[in-house]
Ligand binder design. Structure first.
Ligand code: SF4
Length: 224
């Protein structure tokens, strides 16, 4: 039986994106190779679980919107997740995947087992890492068979060029996809929000109308 490295398991409300406020059970997978400069989940410890142990662990939770697979990067452990999610649909548990939107082959392995996808576009001017435009577009094409929205972290250094590339990918695939612009928590101030208002208008004038500016609400109220 496969095992996975899990950093934590807990229940709280979703603090980001278009499902903000929904009660979820979070399974935080350990590890991510992307190394975004604004990463707010540097993980230092984990426990190994097999699929049965993890199912037992979350069985105590009741009456929640969905099971949130987060990280780190959950898709880095896709083979385990595919095994773990076997039978979940029969239990009526919805599965919500939070992902950096890069590991296309991993998503393809388990797309039929997830219901919602919160997909990041990692802008190189925001992350200070490499570009993933090709990966994001291929990933989005697969994710579109489910309920997907795109989340973009905006920093002071985010460039117009990166926003233009994001707009082009969304236009080529489905201009109706919800888009969430999220301020970099470490830089959020009135100046950044003003910049984001300008960027939101760029999406709207490009025909992408369902675009919101949403900060991380869980941090505003000081919970996980
Ligand atoms: S992709 Fe997510 S978990 Fe990975 S480094 Fe970036 S912010 Fe952190």
């Amino acid at each position: 039986m496969k095992t996975a490295k899990i950093a934590e398991i807990f229940e709280t409300f979703q603090g980001e994106g278009i499902y903000l406020g929904e009660r979820q059970v979070f399974v935080r997978f350990f590890g991510c190779a992307t190394g975004c400069v604004f990463c707010d989940t540097p993980l230092s410890d984990y426990r190994e679980y097999d699929a049965l142990e993890l199912k037992d662990k979350i069985a105590k939770y009741q009456d929640y919107h969905s099971l949130c697979l987060t990280g780190g990067e959950p898709l880095a452990q896709a083979d385990f997740i595919k095994e773990f999610l076997d039978g979940f649909a029969d239990l009526g548990v919805k599965v919500y995947l939070e992902t950096n939107g890069i590991l296309t082959d991993a998503l393809a392995k388990l797309i039929d087992r997830v219901d919602y996808i919160a997909m990041d576009f990692k802008l190189p001017s925001s992350t200070k890492r490499g570009a993933f435009w090709k990966e994001h577009e291929e990933f989005l094409k697969i994710a579109l068979s489910k309920e997907v929205f795109v989340k973009i972290v905006v920093a002071r250094q985010t460039t117009d060029e990166d926003i233009s590339k994001s707009i082009e990918i969304i236009q080529r695939n489905d201009a109706g996809i919800p888009v969430v612009l999220q301020p970099n928590w470490f830089e959020a101030d009135a100046g950044l929000i003003e910049k984001m208002e300008f960027l939101r208008e760029r999406f709207k004038t490009s025909g992408i109308l369902n675009v919101k500016i949403l900060p991380q609400a869980h941090k505003l109220v000081g919970i996980k």
